[in-house]
Design a protein around this ligand. Structure first.
Ligand code: TEU
Length: 557
């Protein structure tokens, strides 16, 4: 059952990281007028919505995920009037605007926190404060950015919780006044015609009553089981729905770390979110720390794909292979050297032919790759810098070189290098000094070069966006895996229960040349090849002699 038809089930979302998209004034930092300059590019891509990473006033300790004022635009990014111009420019082109909602924490420079640490009412209990000895944190929880999740505040002479950086204190969601203030802020934006929210770490808002010590040794960080999808998280989201979301026609997608199918189902079916971002596929190459990398296995990718495609039957999936926190998808799941183009197209085909809403991260539509950072000074990401500094400090590593390759692989800065517009200096991103290194491959990989070239990754993405719009079976058809045991090829059908037409995707995930025999029992006589990343002389799907990273999509009548 697909429930109602909705625009966000039928469309494609494009994610913009404002700091790195386009700089209009030469200060080296992307900005809102820069995005406005590129509205026609978004229109040309054909996307239906933009998810804008945070543009709120912020000291940028975590690039905007540390909000100082929810109702103001960061100076470097522009003004509220610029934001309105962007919103209207998007709406004029029938593109929706999804804002980032960051309400697990604020910046420590937010007025609420400044007053809270001075014990000023009504803000005294807006954050998770605990009294105690300055040398003994209230519990053993660790921050997702390394080190303890508690910092002792000399001003208030108490500990405050921060699941991320010390400059990102966690709000106390048990306090009804906090919740009401957040809801009011959400209504404030919705009344300004935003079309929805991407909700940052939405399943971390609730902390288990009593804040017990973490005991799960296998958890990514200590305490995990007490703040990831912990009670009463579902009650909070239901309340948010009742108080805010149900009153507007909007799209929501909650970032849900380590979420189970059952919790995802509850967030969507019972609590009223439209989608969640899941992480199983983002954990496939993890080996317990940011200083190691595991090789991902196709069998595992097939397993997690099937798990969510078939497991969330009452809800709706979000589909993504990269974002501003992740390595570039082609450097991770493809081959970013010899088969950069082919493998990017292959991954894009996977993304666009599954059931759910595809999210495209800026630059992926060009096949942008991980960057090469030479020294620790090249990094900008607080998570990377903290991890390396702490490891050096504690003697866990004795020099950066020992972990350079893994750090280079994982650093969130890979996704944050400037968008590559042309082969002008700095990829046409800025005429100034960019805030972060530009990826050296820009003379080759850029919009200007790819636009209009029928073989380019960019034109391939456009074709996929259009295909998605045109073919109901790609939107609503169910996922039926085939060739499940094949070591190199992933393949599946998309099928409507009530209609005869189907789609077939065959994806060679490696650089070999597998010969594939499709299972019998499916009628291939009227197979129409609608999308592929190679010239195909013989489109008959019964004779599949695949080339490296070859992808084919057929419609079957
Ligand atoms: O991300 C949540 C999160 O846990 C990731 O940052 C994760 O730690 C990272 O992927 C390392 O693997 C969200 C935002 O997307 C991220 O940019 C913020 O830094 C974080 O929340 C805090 O707001």
């Amino acid at each position: 059952m697909d429930g109602q038809r909705e625009w966000w089930k039928e469309g494609v979302v494009y994610q913009i990281y404002p700091q790195s998209f386009k700089d209009s004034d030469g200060d080296g930092v992307g900005d809102i007028p820069g995005i406005v300059e590129k509205l026609d590019y978004l229109d040309y891509l054909g996307v239906d919505a933009v998810w804008l990473n945070p543009v709120y006033d912020s000291p940028l300790a975590d690039n905007g995920y540390d909000v100082r004022d929810y109702r103001a635009i960061l100076d470097e990014y522009g003004t509220m009037a610029d934001w309105e111009t962007l919103r209207d420019g998007l709406h004029d082109r029938d593109i929706r605007l999804i804002m980032d909602l960051v309400v697990n924490h604020t910046s420590d420079e937010h007025e609420w926190f400044r007053k809270s640490r001075r014990l000023e009412d009504p803000y005294t209990d807006y954050y998770v404060w605990r009294d105690g000895d300055s040398d003994e944190p209230p519990n053993n929880w660790e921050s997702l950015f390394d080190g303890p999740a508690w910092t002792y505040d000399d001003e208030r002479e108490a500990w405050y919780l921060h699941l991320f950086d010390p400059k990102q204190p966690d709000l106390d969601w048990t306090n009804p006044a906090v919740r009401e203030d957040v809801y009011e802020m959400m209504r404030w934006w919705l009344d300004r015609d935003v079309d929805g929210f991407r909700m940052d770490v939405i399943n971390l808002l609730a902390k288990r009553d009593g804040l017990p010590d973490g005991t799960d040794d296998a958890a990514p960080v200590t305490g995990w089981e007490h703040f990831v999808s912990a009670p009463p998280i579902h009650e909070y989201i239901q309340e948010m729905h009742e108080e805010v979301l149900s009153r507007y026609d909007v799209m929501t997608v909650g970032e849900a770390l380590d979420v189970s199918i059952e919790d995802a189902r509850r967030f969507i079916v019972e609590d009223g979110l439209d989608m969640v971002f899941t992480f199983d596929h983002m954990y496939l190459d993890e080996a317990g720390s940011r200083f190691t990398v595991a090789e991902w296995e196709l069998a595992d990718l097939k397993e997690v794909t099937a798990k969510w495609q078939t497991g969330l039957s009452e809800g709706w999936n979000s589909l993504y292979l990269g974002n501003h926190d992740q390595p570039r998808m082609v450097s991770r799941f493809g081959d970013d050297a010899e088969y950069r183009r082919e493998s990017t197209k292959l991954l894009a085909t996977y993304l666009f032919t599954l059931k759910g809403t595809p999210f495209v991260y800026q630059g992926d539509e060009l096949g942008m790759t991980n960057a090469r950072f030479e020294t620790i000074d090249d990094y900008r990401d607080v998570a990377t810098i903290r991890a390396v500094e702490l490891a050096l400090e504690t003697g866990h590593i004795d020099q950066f070189d020992a972990v350079r390759n893994a750090v280079n692989y994982w650093t969130r800065d890979n996704a944050r290098t400037p968008m590559q517009w042309s082969d002008d200096p700095n990829a046409g991103f800025t005429v100034g000094e960019p805030w972060i290194k530009v990826n050296e491959d820009y003379p080759d990989v850029n919009v200007e070069r790819q636009r209009g070239d029928p073989d380019s990754v960019l034109e391939y993405y456009r074709q996929l966006v259009a295909l998605r719009h045109e073919q109901p079976v790609l939107k609503y058809g169910n996922y039926v895996p085939i060739l499940e045991e094949h070591a190199e090829v992933m393949a599946y059908l998309r099928r409507h229960d009530e209609q005869a037409n189907r789609a077939l995707a065959v994806l060679n995930f490696f650089d070999g040349r597998p010969v594939v025999e499709l299972p019998s029992g499916v009628e291939y006589d009227d197979a129409d090849l609608v999308c592929t990343n190679y010239d195909v002389a013989d489109p008959d799907p019964r004779e599949l002699d695949l080339r490296p990273y070859e992808a084919r999509v057929y419609l079957l009548d």
